[in-house]
Write a protein that binds this ligand. Structure first.
Ligand SMILES: *[C@@H]1O[C@H](CO)[C@@H](O)[C@H](O)[C@H]1NC(C)=O
Ligand SMILES: *[C@@H]1O[C@H](CO)[C@@H](O)[C@H](O)[C@H]1NC(C)=O
Length: 295
């Protein structure tokens, strides 16, 4: 009898998973049927009751444009508003960020988290930024070429630093001071400046799980180690100088709660074989949906 009651309770919990919010990557949109549309359908088939795929701007074309150009801080603030305004998310949700959407959703958690995220999944997010211009595979060629040209002028130039989205997570290990002064997004969410925002740490530490998926053969993101919160030592672009995640100051001094999550077994490192964002829906189901979204 007791066992039966327990079983019924477990079934109830599994039958009622949280909704899921998606934030797409550069060159993608909320709703392309072959990308976020397919992910959204797969999640729905697995039993996720509701999927909200973030759109920046008021059309799919605007959304695609804003993956390359615009102010990321404004985008995150807008997402904070629109997620709070969605009544189906009022009880909290799980979140999956794809590529740059990974660090943008982390910014949502750190700055707003209302309604709160339970599990945060990062598919190839650049948590320690990029140190080279991302390549244009599978994106709108015109927009992507323009991104490369603008970013090539200098990520930390006024006029570029608030306009090129990729400049806002460009971390040049040869220009530490400029990065810290002129990059308007990444140093802030990483609490790399002299004053640390305690809210960022408190909010990130409130996650049940933070899952970092790195694409093992990624050549789009330089360095791919950024997907596991690893980065170059200051002053060098030598790949052999990548610092293990747990030897960075961000980790050791626990600027954003990463160490706390790690030492309480809530930080997970997954390696997905293949190039940037080349994962199958089966991978999503086995490695993310079953272990994190359905329980
Ligand atoms: C690429 O983006 C530009 C600017 O938004 C748009 O005019 C063009 O139609 C897009 N190209 C494709 C192939 O989607
Ligand atoms: C860092 O993490 C690795 C892998 O989890 C572990 O083997 C190593 O002991 C850790 N190093 C420190 C300094 O904690």
């Amino acid at each position: 009898m007791f066992a039966l009651v327990l079983f019924a309770f477990a079934a109830l919990v599994l039958a009622d998973p949280l909704p899921v919010v998606l934030w797409h990557g550069m060159g993608d949109t909320c709703c392309f049927p072959f990308s976020m549309g397919a992910v959204s359908d797969a999640l729905t088939k697995s039993g996720i009751p509701y999927v909200h795929s973030i759109e920046i701007g008021d059309s799919v074309a605007a959304d695609e444009y804003h993956g390359f150009f615009g102010n990321v801080n404004d985008a995150v603030a807008g997402v904070c508003k629109s997620l709070k305004a969605d009544p189906k998310l009022a009880g909290g949700f799980n979140a999956i960020g794809f590529s740059q959407g990974g660090q943008f959703l982390r910014a949502y958690v750190e700055r707003c988290n209302d309604p709160p995220v339970t599990n945060l999944i990062s598919f190839g997010g650049q948590h320690f930024g990029v140190s080279d211009i991302p390549s244009c595979v599978g994106t709108n060629e015109t927009l992507c070429r323009l991104m490369g040209e603008v970013l090539g002028l200098g990520a930390y130039l006024p006029g570029v630093n608030g306009f090129s989205v990729q400049a806002q997570y460009f971390r040049d290990p040869l220009q530490r001071d400029l990065y810290l002064q002129q990059n308007i997004f990444l140093p802030d969410i990483n609490n790399e400046g002299p004053t640390k925002n305690p809210l960022y740490k408190r909010n990130l530490e409130s996650l049940k799980n933070f899952v970092l998926i790195k694409f093992l053969d990624d050549t789009t993101v330089v360095p791919r180690a950024s997907e596991w919160f690893e980065t170059f030592r200051w002053g060098t672009l030598n790949p052999a100088s990548i610092i293990p995640y747990n030897e960075t100051d961000l980790y050791k001094e626990d600027w954003i709660g990463l160490r706390t999550l790690d030492t309480t077994q809530r930080l997970h490192f997954l390696g997905c074989p293949g190039e940037h964002m080349q994962f199958s829906l089966d991978y999503l189901h086995e490695e993310v949906t079953l272990p994190y979204l359905l329980r």
